[in-house]
Design a protein around this ligand. Structure first.
Ligand code: BGC
Length: 491
């Protein structure tokens, strides 16, 4: 097949029609509803037991731990109120041996890192009480309380043994106690929940916190009553003012597992290869099309196919191209940011290690094409996830009798931050699904440091509940919409 036709034949899996986007959103909403009413669903819709979002007045100093991105991060977060905070932090590398070894060894390493942080950096927390720590653990967990939850499955290249089905707070606390580290893990939080809280703390109540980084996921605020799988007793107890009470609940969707059943996602032969060769085949179907861990690998599969079809690089590959996960999403972002064909050529030489004599006429356009279609699909699908949550919560329209306060979405992660035109492409999908008017209410913005600040804010909520102060349940406001901000755009 001549090259242009060959490339065209792949495009339906990547350049998604308006109809496809709407179809994906319809399925998304169904899976979200399924997860709210039953346990054990792919889109797990995990209640976080966080009952609202902060208003920016919160104060205190807390430790925060962040596991689930590229590094382990230990932070001391000082919340000053007035939407301000300060973070001291240290990153620690998590080796592949730790990711895939025994969970006990991984949690011992985490505890040792906290110990090293407290020794090296020092802490401003001075008290005889144990220090309160919020644990951002960015994997699917079935949470049963603000400080308890069992790991459902590993994602993003982690595969430590004897962790699935165990309470990760207990694993961490046991490691602290065994080493006599005077720290109490008082809150467990997903990075998306952290992002939602951090965005609200800094710039007013948000509806959604989303991550498009190594992995992808989103959290949002729903009525506790909508989480029907909690059961009537728990719901009415929450509404009446029992433990962790609240009319609203932050729900961690775990949308990375959307359409594991493969009913609607545009999965190509290149995606199938990636999935089959991954450590979690048939899992995280949506994440494998959207998140940073996989974008480079999809492009690699496409390029290898074109090389093997003798239509790229004269049929010659390179060591990097022959290596599983040989390059990552940074290459895709780099190519997407190139202004000239020479810039593309230089990146191909530098990152892919292709011999310059094989980069013949037309090769740079083919590599740009591969990166563009993979990036385009990731961004459009990211838009579908956001649109599905907006439709589910009825936020595509101004609620009757209310003033239009817009819908705020806080986003973090390397794909959102570094992939050129990420937000524009997401917005294009929002326009298709929500219409011009609906999408114009959505305000998206980068919300960096969600994992640290969000963990500290959750630890604060948990500590107040533990201290059993009367105000313990009212520290956060059930803010579902943005105040003082209207119109579309980004911050
Ligand atoms: C995990 C989520 C997490 C997301 C972003 C996914 O692989 O399942 O819990 O929020 O990555 O870090």
């Amino acid at each position: 097949m001549p090259l242009p036709e060959l490339l065209k034949s792949f495009e339906p899996h990547f350049l998604l029609s308006d109809e496809k986007l709407r179809d994906v959103v319809t399925h998304f909403r169904k899976e979200m509803e399924g997860g709210l009413s039953e346990y054990g669903k792919d889109v797990a819709m995990v209640p976080s037991f966080v009952t609202g979002v902060p208003d920016g007045s919160e104060e205190g100093t807390f430790l925060a731990l962040d596991l689930g991105g590229t590094n382990l991060r230990v932070c001391e977060v000082r919340l000053f109120g007035e939407h301000k905070f300060e973070i001291k932090q240290q990153k620690y590398k998590v080796s592949d041996e730790l990711k895939e070894g025994q969970a006990r060894v991984l949690f011992d390493y985490i505890a040792d890192s906290v110990d090293a942080f407290l020794t090296d950096i020092g802490s401003d927390i001075s008290s005889n009480e144990p220090m309160h720590l919020g644990f951002t653990f960015s994997f699917p967990v079935e949470q049963t309380a603000i400080d308890a939850g069992k790991l459902l499955t590993w994602t993003k290249g982690f595969n430590a043994k004897n962790a699935i089905g165990h309470d990760v707070v207990k694993l961490l606390q046991d490691a602290f106690d065994k080493k006599h580290i005077h720290v109490r893990c008082s809150a467990l939080v997903n990075d998306t929940v952290g992002t939602l809280l951090s965005r609200s703390y800094q710039s007013g109540p948000a509806l959604i916190g989303a991550i498009f980084g190594t992995g992808t996921n989103g959290a949002y605020i729903d009525k506790t009553r909508t989480v029907t799988k909690l059961g009537e007793d728990k719901i009415s107890e929450a509404e009446k003012g029992g433990e962790h009470a609240g009319e609203f609940m932050v729900v961690n969707t775990e949308w990375g597992a959307f359409d594991n059943g493969r009913h609607c996602l545009p999965i190509s032969a290149f995606d199938n290869k990636l999935d089959r060769e991954s450590i979690n085949p048939r899992k995280q179907a949506f994440e494998k099309l959207v998140s940073g861990m996989y974008l480079g690998e999809i492009v690699r599969n496409i390029l290898l196919h074109l090389i093997d079809s003798s239509v790229l690089f004269d049929g010659y590959s390179s060591d990097v191209l022959n290596t599983h996960y040989g390059f990552d999403a940074a290459f895709v972002s780099g190519i997407e940011g190139c202004k000239t064909s020479d810039e593309v050529k230089q990146l191909i030489i530098k990152v892919l290690g292709v011999n310059t004599k094989y980069i013949t006429e037309g090769c740079t356009e083919v590599v740009q094409w591969a990166c563009r279609v993979v990036a385009e699909r990731a961004c459009k699908l990211a838009g579908c996830a956001i649109a599905a949550v907006i439709l589910h919560t009825g936020n595509d329209k101004v609620p009757e009798g209310e003033e239009d306060k817009g819908v705020d979405v806080g986003i973090d992660g390397s794909v959102a931050e570094f992939l050129p035109r990420f937000f524009d492409r997401v917005e294009e999908a929002l326009v298709v699904v929500l219409g011009k008017e609906g999408s114009s209410r959505v305000k998206m913005g980068l919300a960096k440091d969600g994992s640290g600040v969000g963990a500290a804010l959750t630890a604060l909520q948990a500590k107040k509940a533990m201290d059993q102060r009367p105000e313990s349940h009212s520290s956060f406001v059930p803010g579902r919409r943005v105040s003082g901000q209207t119109g579309s755009g980004r911050t």
